[in-house]
Ligand binder design. Structure first.
Ligand code: PAF
Length: 284
C-alpha cells in the first residue's frame, strides 16, 4: 500500500488509473479504524480494481474544539489494518494540504439538516459536505462507501452527490456492533472502562423502542426511552427521534409508514455517541 500526503501526487495516480480503465472504490474516514471501516474497505476491494482510503480528521466538521483535539489518531495502527484488507492507497493529508486557504463555502441542505445532528451540531454538515466534495474531486471514485451509523450523513452526502452531479455510486453498509450491541465508533476508544459498560444502553434503548413501535404512541415511546436512560449514571440523552427513514423528518405518528428510523445521540461522560436502527413496519 502506498501512503500519499499530497493532493497533486494523488491526482497523478488517479489520472493514470482512470486512463488505464481501472475502477476506483473510495472509503473516506477520519482514521482510528475499526471493523465498521474494515467492512467498507473489504467491500470496496471486492467490487473495484483499486481501493483508496482517506484518513483525515477534518477540522471544519467539528463544532467543539475539544472533540477535535481529543479525536483518536492512530495512523500507524490504521496503516497495518488497511494493509490487512487489501487497500491500495492511503491518502493522509495535512489540514494545510486540504485547506490551503480558509474555507468559506456554505452548503444548505434544507430541512434535512434542520434536525438531529444538523440541529445539535451547527456547521457540522457544512464541514462534512465541504471535505467530502473536495475528496470526491481529488479521488474521482466510481464508488464511495459510507456506514449507516451516520445515517443523516449518508442522506446529506446522497443529496450532495445529486445536487453537484458527482459521477459516482454511493454505497451504504449496515452498522457493525460489538458483542454487547454498542455500535462501533472511533470515539468508543475515548470511553473509560465504566463508561464502556454503560454505552450499550443506547442500543438497548433502540431495541426497547423498536419492540414498542406497534403498540405505543410515539410520545409514550419517547418518554420511556428518556426515562430509561436517565437511570444510567454517566449518560446524558441529547435526542431520541422516530423519523421517516428517507426524509429523516421526526414523526409524531407512524401510521401509514413503511419504514422508520430510530435515531439517538447521547453523551457518555464527555464522549458524544450516536446510533440508529431502521425498522420495517410492514414485516412481521
Ligand atoms: O464519517 C466520517 O468519518 C467523516 O464524516 C467523513 C465522511 C470521513 C468526512 O470527514
Amino acid at each position: 500500500m502506498e501512503v500519499i500526503e499530497q493532493v497533486s501526487a494523488l491526482r497523478a495516480i488517479v489520472t493514470a488509473l482512470r486512463c488505464g480503465g481501472k475502477r476506483i472504490g473510495f472509503v473516506p474516514t477520519m482514521g482510528a479504524l475499526h471493523e465498521g471501516h474494515l467492512q467498507l474497505l473489504r467491500a470496496s476491494a471486492r467490487e473495484n480494481d483499486v481501493t483508496i482510503c482517506s484518513v483525515f480528521v477534518n477540522p471544519t466538521q467539528f463544532n467543539n474544539a475539544s472533540d477535535y483535539k481529543l479525536y483518536p489518531r492512530t495512523l500507524e495502527q490504521d496503516i497495518s489494518l488497511l494493509q490487512s484488507v487489501g487497500c491500495d492507497y492511503l491518502f493522509a493529508p495535512s489540514a494545510e494540504e486540504i485547506y490551503p486557504q480558509q474555507s468559506v463555502l456554505q452548503f444548505s441542505f434544507g430541512e434535512l439538516e434542520a434536525v438531529m445532528e444538523g440541529a445539535h451540531r451547527p456547521g457540522h454538515f457544512n464541514g462534512v459536505a465541504t471535505v467530502v466534495s473536495k475528496l470526491f474531486h481529488i479521488v474521482q471514485p466510481h464508488k464511495a462507501y459510507f456506514g449507516q451509523k451516520d445515517l443523516q450523513q449518508v442522506a446529506i452526502v446522497r443529496q450532495l452527490v445529486r445536487a453537484l452531479s458527482f459521477d459516482l455510486e454511493l454505497v451504504c453498509y449496515p452498522t457493525v456492533r460489538e458483542a454487547d450491541g454498542l455500535a462501533m465508533s472511533s470515539r468508543n476508544k475515548r470511553l473509560s472502562d465504566a463508561q464502556r459498560q454503560q454505552a450499550p444502553q443506547l442500543y438497548k434503548a433502540l431495541q426497547l423502542a423498536a419492540a414498542d413501535l406497534k403498540q405505543k404512541p410515539v410520545a409514550a415511546i419517547r418518554s420511556e426511552v428518556a426515562q430509561k436512560l436517565q437511570q444510567v449514571e454517566e449518560l446524558e440523552l441529547e435526542y431520541f427521534e422516530i423519523v421517516d427513514s428517507l426524509t429523516l423528518q421526526p414523526l409524531q405518528d407512524i401510521s401509514g409508514q413503511e419504514e422508520v428510523a430510530l435515531c439517538i445521540a447521547a453523551f457518555v461522560g464527555e464522549v458524544r455517541l450516536i446510533d440508529n436502527m431502521l425498522v420495517n413496519l410492514k414485516e412481521g
